[in-house]
Design a protein around this ligand. Structure first.
Ligand code: DSN
Length: 413
């Protein structure tokens, strides 16, 4: 039986895991950055690889006994190179924020200027937001979106020319449209900046060929491995520039980190092996179809979708405009019904980040469970019924009953 030792030796942790399994199984996961890993990834993550220290890189470790760790890290690197068409990959960053910190550490001096997308327009904390290292130790400027919710590349150019950043971030946590990598490159060249793509949210879509790849336009790429890429929590930094790759390697170790998390590296290798399977393209396509269907279904019910729709795995709903409740209120109401999403700032936000106007909806996790367009229409209906009547007594059971037909790898209820 699964968890038999935990059950015997640490019943509190055992019970919490079982409760979390039930929450995941009977609920609807709409957090755009979450996903469900395969049982193979879970096995790699739960393996004895966590016992080993291996500071350094393949064939250049600071401790003995790394023959098999070297094999595993090499497989992860080779698979990432093949998927994204790059020459150099570092698979050791502990997660996305440390990866972005490593890029700053490798390419900039503290106090240097950067330019990234505004957090409330859909950017990320580590792209220059004031409370993050990226906004505290670097002088960061930001670009937003126009009144229709799209990035205006003329505005990006204007801001870049006015401030001459040394590094420009192209990437997001909450933007539902396609990034114009080529224009970003032209702007970076015009001001002499490094251009870094943070593809954490869209890596799995790029790998499936349903979102354009930045690889020919940028100096380097960061990505987490646990979002659309459907691997364990971790990150990678990719580049075709040898000089940059050396700086990145030094920044990750010994600059910022110690020993890599080898069980995670193995999980990343396994997940990347799954991405290389022919059916990955179908998965990536289905994520986007589901996202479009969800946005369209809510639009038909008169919800206000930021930018009017989506080209990727996520979109934002302005809950204040749609139903006169905040994103925070909507998040709480939906959580009571087992529908999990996150409150999110919307472009030109007027409310506090702790209770903004919008919610973010994403489809990678429900797509992994096998939901298709007609199921997504049903989820949009559940969403609306919950918001309409937060006291609906039967709805939670109805939702749980609907979801129990869709499996999650590693969970048997
Ligand atoms: N927390 C992630 C997200 O939800 O997009 C980004 O780091």
């Amino acid at each position: 039986m699964k968890y038999q030792n935990l059950q015997k030796n640490d019943s509190k942790i055992f019970e919490a895991i079982i409760n979390e399994e039930k929450r995941q199984f009977f609920g609807v996961e709409l957090i755009a950055s979450e996903n469900y890993v395969s049982e193979s990834v879970l096995e790699a993550m739960g393996s004895i690889l966590t016992n080993k220290y291996s500071e350094g890189y393949v064939n250049a470790r600071y401790y003995a006994g790394n023959k098999f760790i070297d094999e595993i890290e090499t497989i992860a690197i080779e698979r990432a190179k093949k998927i994204f068409g790059v020459k150099f990959v570092n698979v050791q960053p502990y997660s996305g924020s440390p990866a972005n910190l490593a890029v700053h550490f490798a390419l900039l001096n503290s106090g240097d200027k950067t330019l990234g997308m505004n957090l409330s327009a859909g950017g990320h904390l580590t792209h220059g937001y004031k409370v993050s290292f990226s906004g505290k130790y670097y002088k960061s400027e930001n670009y937003g979106v126009d009144k229709n919710g799209f990035i205006d590349m003329d505005e990006v150019r204007e801001i870049a020319k006015a401030h001459s950043p040394k590094l420009i971030w192209a990437g997001f946590s909450a933007y539902s449209r396609i990034l114009d990598w080529k224009s970003f490159r032209e702007i970076a060249d015009e001001v002499g900046a490094f251009l870094v793509a943070d593809i954490s949210h869209i890596a799995g879509l790029i790998a499936g060929g349903v979102y354009p790849s930045p690889v020919n336009f940028v100096d380097c790429i960061t990505t987490t491995t646990h979002k659309t890429l459907r691997g364990p929590r971790g990150a990678m930094i990719l580049t075709n520039n040898e000089e940059i790759s050396k700086k990145i390697d030094k920044a990750v170790f010994p600059g910022l980190q110690g020993g890599p998390h080898n069980h995670t590296t193995a999980g990343i290798a396994v997940a990347l092996g799954e991405v290389l399977e022919p059916n990955w393209k179908n998965y990536a396509e289905q994520i986007v179809k589901n996202s479009r269907t969800f946005a369209e279904s809510l639009k038909k019910k008169n919800y206000e979708i930021v930018s009017g729709g989506t080209d990727n795995h996520l979109f934002l709903v302005d809950m204040i405009k749609s139903r006169g409740i905040s994103g925070g209120e909507a998040e709480k109401i939906l959580e009571n019904f087992g529908i999990t999403l996150n409150k999110n700032s919307i472009p030109n936000e007027t409310r506090k980040p702790t209770d903004p106007s919008g919610v973010r909806i994403g489809t990678p996790a429900i797509t992994t469970r096998g939901l298709k367009e007609k199921d997504v229409q049903k989820i949009a209906e559940f969403f609306d019924l919950a918001i309409q009547n937060p006291k609906n007594q039967n709805l939670k059971n109805e939702i749980a009953d609907f979801m129990k037909d869709f499996e999650i790898p590693g969970i048997k209820i």
